[in-house]
Ligand binder design. Structure first.
Ligand code: CO
Length: 215
């Protein structure tokens, strides 16, 4: 049996350090979580939501997948979203991509990567919507990847706003803002892409569903 003892050792050291700084920390957190933020980010090991926001355990509810994609048939992501919105009553959902994303890079090439190609297809669809801009010969390859990373975040913000979960929250009158951010691996800084959506009337009309009550 393999046991990874170094991780248990570092875990004990971490827990002791936290307890020393705040003796009631774990007792308080074990009773309940009440995060006001949902983070949908990339699985990349260099982009851990809580740490890069300078927050503590208990402050961000998190869903991560390859290249922070929101797909309306992905019950994993939708379940996280529904729990966060309907039960935890988060006020802000953040889709956060990062520059130099490997998934975005893989979506750009024409190689076969196996099963994941079915996932990357969603990202290739974003490319097609912005083909003119991304095909610009003035863009160097790295700038193309990074611009694609930004456009992917914007597309996923739009996808989130079109979900039943978000639209029902707005129909109930809940305060819920959907943000699009991007993170720089090279400097550790977050950038707001300025695509925040807070209400149904900010969406293209085809995605606006009337509430069931209104008929
Ligand atoms: Co990534």
């Amino acid at each position: 049996m393999k046991t990874l003892p170094h991780l248990f050792e570092s875990n004990r050291a971490w827990a002791a350090k936290v307890r020393k700084a705040d003796p009631a920390f774990f007792e308080r957190l074990s009773k309940q979580q009440s995060p006001k933020l949902l983070w949908i980010g990339c699985s990349d090991s260099r982009v851990p939501a809580t740490e890069i926001c300078g927050l503590e355990p208990g402050e961000i509810f998190v869903h991560r997948n390859i290249s922070n994609v929101v797909v309306h048939t992905d019950f994993n992501c939708l379940s996280v979203l529904q729990f966060a919105v309907d039960v935890l009553h988060v006020t802000d959902v953040i889709v956060c991509g990062h520059y130099g994303c490997g998934g975005i890079r893989a979506a750009l090439d024409d190689k076969r990567h196996g099963l994941i190609d079915n996932w990357l297809r969603h990202i290739k669809d974003v490319y097609v919507q912005h083909e003119g801009e991304l095909n610009d010969p003035k863009l160097d390859p790295e700038a193309r990847v990074n611009r694609f990373c930004e456009l992917n975040v914007k597309a996923q913000v739009a996808n989130l706003c079109a979900t039943t979960v978000v639209q029902e929250a707005w129909a109930r009158g809940d305060e819920l803002a959907i943000h699009g951010w991007i993170y720089g691996l090279g400097d550790g800084l977050l950038k707001d892409l300025g695509v925040c959506i807070t209400a149904l009337d900010q969406l293209p009309s085809i995605y606006r569903m009337k509430s069931a009550k209104a008929g």
